[in-house]
Design a protein around this ligand. Structure first.
Ligand SMILES: CC(=O)SCCNC(=O)CCNC(=O)[C@H](O)C(C)(C)COP(=O)(O)OP(=O)(O)OC[C@H]1O[C@@H](n2cnc3c(N)ncnc32)[C@H](O)[C@@H]1OP(=O)(O)O
Length: 303
């Protein structure tokens, strides 16, 4: 992917790690000013936004899950792989990116027991269409694991595509998954290594404390395109196919029991339908409870 500015100079190294500060690490010439810094940061933001869009398109997602603004509000790390061999106009090009981040998750082990863990998660991964199956994905993944000091089986993967599952199977022999009730996929050996979830956390902002566990990075897409259960039931099949034809995506769709649903609704930003459900609109559980108790009362009085 090429840009109208010098990607090669902007990013410096072959693989660049970018965090929420969005600081381009590239070369600084003499006379480097604050205005230059803003320009370079703008260029980096353009790269992230364009790559995020391309990744979303490749995965048939309705909106990008990676963008400069989302990077600024999350503690994620974006590894960007550049091609400094491209001689056209001498500006370099972007080959792809890999986004990872630590997330607090409730994950089931082989015995069906919930474990609260905070593993490094693979959140978004994209290699430009023209360069897939050339080994660049592996180069980027290896670099990420080395810098993050993590082994493949210690990772949790957020709703992997069929291509990514093939990639993980081929390069890291990851195939036996441990079934989960959320969209994260983990592999055999995840719980065997006690060091996996251990991580020193930076101080957290208050609102992060109340995020529902196991909420995937892709969950916000769902909020944008459909109302909560049960209002989404009539077109759930249509939505699955709008997310792509991967059978994995369909079968990994979580199903919630009523208690989990109510907990999630309380933790989510207010939604009209959620309010109605919780506050007892016609058809909601509260209304049903009211109806049931009034029925019981009237039955009692009639006897
Ligand atoms: C959590 C998430 O990010 S889910 C979304 C993952 N991203 C996508 O699906 C976007 C589209 N795909 C891609 O961008 C890339 O194919 C990636 C990132 C999955 C892999 O990067 P690549 O550079 O292609 O991988 P690399 O060349 O190192 O390894 C190739 C292996 O990946 C897998 N793979 C790559 N492309 C495909 C494909 N079209 N079909 C099936 N398997 C594929 C295969 O195992 C392949 O080995 P093979 O060619 O011997 O069959």
């Amino acid at each position: 992917m090429e840009f109208p500015f010098d990607v090669d100079a902007l990013l410096g190294e072959r693989v660049t790690a970018v965090d929420q500060h969005l600081q381009p690490p590239g070369r600084r010439g003499p006379g480097y000013t604050a205005a230059h810094r803003v320009d370079l940061q703008q260029q980096l933001m353009t790269i992230i936004d364009e790559m995020g869009k391309a990744s979303a398109k490749a995965q048939n997602l309705p909106a990008p899950i990676t963008s400069a603004s989302r990077m600024q509000t999350n503690h994620h790390v974006l590894y960007i792989l550049k091609d400094n061999e491209v001689k056209t106009a001498g500006k370099g090009a972007i080959i792809g990116f890999l986004k990872v981040g630590y997330k607090k998750l409730f994950l089931l082990d082989r015995h069906g027991v919930h474990n609260e863990v905070e593993p490094l998660c693979v959140l978004d991964f994209y290699i430009h269409e023209s360069l897939q199956r050339h080994g660049y994905g592996k180069e980027l993944f290896q670099c990420m694991m080395q810098r993050e000091r993590v082994q493949p089986h210690q990772l949790a993967v957020d709703r992997p595509s069929e291509k990514l599952l093939c990639f993980l199977r081929k390069h890291y022999n990851l195939q036996g998954t441990i079934p989960q009730v959320n969209n994260f996929v983990i592999f055999e050996g995840f719980f065997a290594d006690q060091h996996a979830p251990v991580r020193k956390l930076p101080p957290k902002r208050a609102e992060e404390e109340i995020k529902p566990y196991s909420l995937t990075d892709r969950e916000f897409l769902k909020e944008e395109v459909e109302p909560p259960w049960p209002f989404n039931q009539s077109h759930s099949l249509t939505r699955s196919s709008s997310l792509g034809n991967s059978p994995v995506r369909t079968c990994l769709k979580p199903f919630l029991n009523e208690q989990e649903l109510l907990r999630n609704l309380r933790l989510c930003p207010p939604h009209v339908a959620a309010h109605q459900l919780l506050n007892g609109a016609e058809g909601g559980p509260a209304a049903r409870r009211r109806r049931t108790s009034s029925l019981t009362r009237s039955e009692n009085t009639s006897h």
